[in-house]
Structures are given as structure tokens and as C-alpha cells.
Design a protein around this ligand. Structure first.
Ligand code: AMP
Length: 121
């Protein structure tokens, strides 16, 4: 599978469509989900062109990998939902068809601000 440059997160990264930005650095962009499923529902995406977590694991550099993990933590701190700034959260990545992934650019959902509930419906 090849990366689709026309996916909605690629357009957000290029600034072609707006987002409610939470955080940005060299490796990640974070913004609020347009259709929040919990009180706080943020997305964290790598800036590189990666379809999903498996694509990322096989192609991303060590710096991109640590940048994404650290980016998730930075966003959680900023939103005051991290273990040290709040009461915790759930980080979730849907992967491909069986995972229910809709947008083919790797993203982590961060759910928090309240009890997130059952892990899988
Ligand atoms: P997934 O099913 O894991 O691919 O999740 C895709 C997520 O992207 C969904 O939760 C959507 O609500 C969210 N989404 C789609 N378009 C946008 C957008 N323009 N801005 C923010 N979030 C979006």
C-alpha cells in the first residue's frame, strides 16, 4: 500500500485545511478530533508520511519514533491528563481494516478528562 497524499491529515499537515491545534514540533502535530468521543479527544500525528503503526515501525527513523512517543507525552501534559499532571488517559491507534482505521495517516487518539470506560466494545 502506498501513502495517499490526499488524505485529510496530509491536507492538515500542509495547511490546506484548518485544525484546532494543540501542539506542534519537528516531529508531530496535535489537534482536537473534529468528532470528540470523550470530554478530551486529541489526535497526535507524525509529520512524516506513514500510513499506520506498522508502516511507521518499519520505515521511521529512531528520532521520528522517539519524537512521536515524546510528543504524545507532551500533549498529555499540556492537556493536564498525563499521570503527573492529571488522572490519566487512553492512547489508541487504529490499524488498517480490522482495526477500524478511517484516515490512512498514522494517528494516536488521546481520550481523557473523564473515565474512558471499556477497552473494547
Ligand atoms: P480513525 O478511525 O482511527 O482513522 O480515526 C480518524 C479520526 O479522525 C476520527 O475520530 C475523526 O473524527 C477524525 N477526523 C476526521 N477528519 C478530521 C478533521 N478534519 N479534523 C480533526 N479530526 C478529524
Amino acid at each position: 500500500m502506498t501513502y495517499d497524499d490526499k488524505n485529510i491529515f496530509a491536507k492538515i499537515l500542509r495547511g490546506e485545511i484548518p485544525c484546532k491545534k494543540i501542539y506542534e514540533d519537528e516531529y508531530v502535530l496535535s489537534f482536537y478530533d473534529i468528532n470528540p468521543q470523550k470530554k478530551i479527544h486529541a489526535l497526535v500525528i507524525p509529520k512524516g508520511k506513514f500510513i499506520d503503526l506498522d508502516d511507521f515501525a518499519s520505515k521511521a527513523s529512531e528520532k521520528e519514533i522517539s519524537g512521536l512517543i515524546k510528543g504524545i507525552n507532551t500533549v498529555a501534559k499540556k492537556l493536564k491528563i498525563s499521570s503527573d499532571t492529571g488522572k490519566g488517559y487512553r492512547a489508541l491507534a487504529n490499524i488498517n481494516e480490522n482495526g477500524g482505521q478511517e484516515v490512512p495517516h498514522l494517528h494516536f487518539h488521546l481520550f481523557g478528562g473523564e473515565k474512558v470506560g471499556k477497552m473494547v466494545e
